[in-house]
Design a protein around this ligand. Structure first.
Ligand code: ZN
Length: 185
C-alpha cells in the first residue's frame, strides 16, 4: 500500500466506522460497510438484524444491495468493499456472488470470520477470485464492538436478569393485591 493509498483506504474505513455507529444506535452489533468504485462510495450499509428482525441484513449485504441499485447491475466487479469486521460465511458468499474483487476489513472475528479466522472462503477453488486484506484501523473497528458489548453488559446488570424482572413483577402484583384487600376490609 503506498502512502496515498493508505490515506484513501483509511478515509473509506472511517466511513464504514460511521455506518457501524448507526447500527449501535439501533441496538445492533456495530458493523459497517462501504463499497467503493473509481474512488467513489456507491454503497453503504450497517448491521440491521435487530432493527429489522432480519437474519440476513448484515452490513455487507445492505451495502451490496445499495451498490447494485446504484450501478443497476448485480455485478460489482472493480469494486472494493470496506468492512469493519471480518465477513461471515454468508457475506463472503454475497461478496463472491456480486463479483466484488477486493475486500478490506478491520477487525478479525475469531468466532465467525470466513476470510481467515474460522474458514477461508476466498481460498476455495471457486470461479471468482477475491483479494482481501485485514488490519486497517483494526483497533478502532474492534473498540467500537468492545464498547457496545461493555455498555450492553452494564445495561443488563441495571435491568437485571429475566428471572429477576419476573420476580419483581410478581412481588409488585402481590403487593397491589394486599393493598386492595386492606382497603376493602
Ligand atoms: Zn455477514
Amino acid at each position: 500500500m503506498s502512502a496515498e493509498n493508505t490515506a484513501e483506504h483509511e478515509r473509506f474505513m472511517l466511513a464504514a466506522l460511521r455506518e457501524a455507529a448507526k447500527a449501535a444506535a439501533n441496538g445492533d452489533v456495530p458493523v459497517g460497510a462501504i463499497i467503493v468504485r473509481d474512488h467513489k462510495i456507491i454503497g453503504r450499509g450497517y448491521n440491521m438484524r435487530e432493527a429489522r428482525q432480519d437474519a440476513l441484513l448484515h452490513a455487507e449485504i445492505a451495502a451490496i444491495r445499495q451498490a447494485c441499485r446504484h450501478l443497476k447491475s448485480w455485478r460489482l466487479s472493480d469494486c472494493t468493499l470496506y468492512v469493519t469486521l471480518e465477513p461471515c460465511l454468508m457475506c463472503a458468499g454475497g461478496i463472491i456472488q456480486s463479483r466484488i474483487n477486493n475486500v478490506i476489513f478491520g477487525a478479525l472475528d475469531p468466532k465467525a470470520g470466513a476470510c481467515c479466522s474460522v474458514v477461508r472462503a476466498f481460498d476455495l477453488p471457486l470461479h471468482h477470485i477475491v483479494n482481501w486484506q485485514h488490519g486497517l484501523l483494526a483497533a478502532d473497528c474492534s473498540n467500537i464492538l468492545k464498547e457496545f458489548f461493555r455498555k450492553r453488559r452494564e445495561q443488563k446488570k441495571l435491568i437485571g436478569t429475566k428471572g429477576q424482572r419476573k420476580q419483581a413483577a410478581l412481588e409488585a402484583h402481590e403487593a397491589r393485591l394486599r393493598n386492595n384487600e386492606d382497603e376493602s376490609s
